[in-house]
Design a protein around this ligand. Structure first.
Ligand SMILES: [Zn+2]
Length: 607
């Protein structure tokens, strides 16, 4: 850790050459040509044969393995386009390339769409007896998950229209949102200075974590001003997506807005609602933490600009190489396999860590097909926070890497468990860091950890409540104004804090940069879910000791080959047990208690 000089940010860019050599790689064109040909042959061979009383396990297994191979190939140019766009969203050539891949993907899925529809339509008395056949053993999860949607599917021509219109409908609105927010220039006016510094959204958000309160206020002002400039479009954009969700929900006969997300997540409404209810019932932990934070910061009142304020003046910096050692060391102390998988990302240049303009905000790990390598994306700015982000994304990374043992249809984990390995990775790094830190650093680390956990568990639960209200209100009352969005946002977020933090009026507009509402409606609860799950699981891991790590590695290797319930059963967890979830809240309570205790100890020492 380095607290003096300003370290340089890493010049680390990913190497995607194992995927394609560039936008004009002839392999891209070839992939589509071959795939289009195969899709036509596939339709010729299987249309009308799946939804048929003559269906056999042989035929079904053959069809699934054919279509799996097809999906696996076309996912490559499409995934490549997304990766290129994420590092340079301002380049219209890349935007056009991405659009082209999507359109080709659509025209291909129109040809093959009949297949999934037939899998969903074939009567249970025909398909169920086949599922016991060994030839289908690798695909039962795929079949059952697809058939969950059976009651909500439309006819093939209707599904084709929805799919074809999506590129200029919802997907276009998502792209507009991404282009606007990634390229918006936020004007920062430092207190007492006349010059204006132009910043990206990511930089402004980072500055909300500045030690100097006046700087945080300047960042908040700049964020609000920049969002205000986009307000008309962002409000219109979100209203359209809400309405599109409503129309699609009505056509498909969904009973409530988040139902399609639950289906995708393979979770029961009761399971999710229980977790959200427990989150809301435990908002008191947030108030407890911020009450202590207020004392430490010595402020009469905390507002939205103090939420992520660091506790102390010292600006800890962690260079890229040190971050790498910390993360690999922490992973290695749990399992050498985990470390080896993470190390590969550095050795093979699978990480893009350099902050630069045009790059989208946020961080992610992308894993596309089992026969291509995963990649990690972030803008590393030498903060302790960035180390945790790296740990988080590499947690995803090792999960993806281990899941490569699966075939394409079983490769991607279901969303509720998607945050499992990332959060676990963060816990490992956190424990490693606190074990060697001084009292003051430990206090700061605990504060960061707790804020991170709260942002994941409680903030996302509050976001979920906001989203539910938006979707229901758009359905009931028509278009929602910027003011109404702001009021709902403020109410739901404020509820978490009780009396400990008072969100100021300018915070009302801050719902509008949250990409998840746009590109993955109701995804946010997966974060609460995943974090709580891991907090509880992590306690189990500690109790069980080394025997746990083998079970854990095995769980990650299973990828998305089973439902969340079945996957968790392999490590001895019942997702419907309230006691299991309460374990997550107990772990948070321990973090807050330890933070309170460290603060007392610190006060006694510095008296
Ligand atoms: Zn994540």
């Amino acid at each position: 850790m380095n607290s003096s000089a300003q370290l340089e940010t890493p010049k680390v860019r990913w190497d995607l050459s194992a995927l394609f050599s560039g936008l004009d790689d002839p392999k891209i064109e070839q992939t589509w040509e071959v795939a289009t040909q195969r899709a036509a042959e596939f339709a010729e061979k299987y249309r009308g044969k799946i939804d048929s009383a003559d269906l056999t396990a042989d035929l079904l297994a053959g069809a699934i393995s054919d279509i799996e191979a097809l999906y696996n190939e076309v996912a490559k140019p499409m995934g490549y386009a997304n990766l290129m766009f994420s590092t340079d969203s301002a380049d219209p050539k890349i935007g056009a390339f991405m659009q082209k891949q999507r359109e080709r993907g659509t025209s291909l899925s129109v040809t093959t769409m009949f297949f999934e529809l037939e899998v969903q339509a074939v009567p249970a008395h025909v398909i169920d007896p086949l599922l016991a056949d060994l030839k289908l053993a690798g695909y039962t999860h795929y079949i059952l998950a697809a058939r969950m949607y059976s009651p909500f599917r439309l006819s093939e021509p209707e599904e084709i229209i929805l799919e074809e219109m999506a590129n200029t409908g919802s997907r276009a609105w998502v792209r507009l949102f991404e282009e606007l927010t990634a390229n918006q220039v936020f004007k920062l006016r430092y207190p007492g200075r006349l010059d204006v510094k132009e910043m990206t959204q990511q930089e402004v958000l980072t500055m909300l974590r500045d030690t100097d309160r006046a700087n945080r206020q300047a960042a908040a002002d700049s964020l609000s001003e920049g969002l205000k400039e986009l307000e008309r479009v962002l409000v219109f954009n979100y209203n359209n997506l809400l309405q599109e969700g409503a129309v699609e929900g009505r056509l498909r006969k969904f009973e409530y807005p988040e139902q399609s997300r639950h289906l995708a997540n393979e979770l029961e409404k009761e399971t999710v609602d229980r977790v959200i209810r427990l989150c809301r019932a435990n908002y008191g932990l947030v108030e407890r933490f911020y009450t202590v934070k207020k004392q430490i910061l010595g402020l009469p009142e905390l507002t939205h600009i103090d939420r992520y304020a660091p506790l102390f003046e010292s600006e800890e910096q962690v260079g890229w190489d040190e971050a790498k050692q910390i993360v690999l060391g922490a992973f290695g102390s749990f399992s050498t396999e985990l470390e080896a998988r993470a190390r590969e990302f550095f050795d093979e240049n699978w990480i893009d860590a350099e902050p630069r303009k045009g790059k989208q905000g946020g961080a992610f790990c992308s894993y596309n097909t089992p026969d291509t390598h995963p990649v990690v994306f972030q803008s590393y700015q030498n903060r302790m926070d960035d180390v945790m982000t790296l740990a988080h994304e590499l947690g995803h990374g090792v999960h993806a890497s281990l899941s490569r043992a699966q075939t394409y249809l079983n490769f991607h984990g279901t969303l509720p468990l998607a945050e499992l390995a990332s959060t676990f990775g963060e816990m490992l790094v956190f424990e490693k860091l606190v074990s060697t830190a001084t009292l003051k650093d430990r206090l700061a680390l605990y504060a960061d950890k707790i804020e991170g956990v709260f942002a994941t568990v409680f903030r996302q639960a509050a976001m979920f409540a906001f989203e539910q209200r938006c979707h229901l209100r758009r359905r009931a009352e028509g278009e929602i104004t910027a003011e109404q969005f702001g009021e709902m946002w403020q109410e739901e977020q404020q509820a978490m804090f009780g009396d400990s933090v008072h969100l100021g009026a300018q915070h009302q507009a801050w719902w509008s940069y949250v990409g998840h509402f746009i590109f993955a409606p109701f995804y946010v609860y997966a974060y609460s879910f995943g974090e709580l799950l891991v907090l509880s699981l992590y306690q189990m891991a500690k109790k069980e000791g080394p025997s746990f790590s083998d079970k854990y590695i095995h769980l990650l290797q299973l990828g998305g080959s089973r439902t969340p319930h079945e996957l968790m059963e392999t490590v001895g967890v019942d997702l419907d047990s309230e006691a299991f979830w309460l374990g997550g809240f107990e772990a948070m309570e321990k973090l807050v208690s330890e933070f309170e205790r460290l603060w007392s100890e610190y006060q006694a020492e510095t008296k």
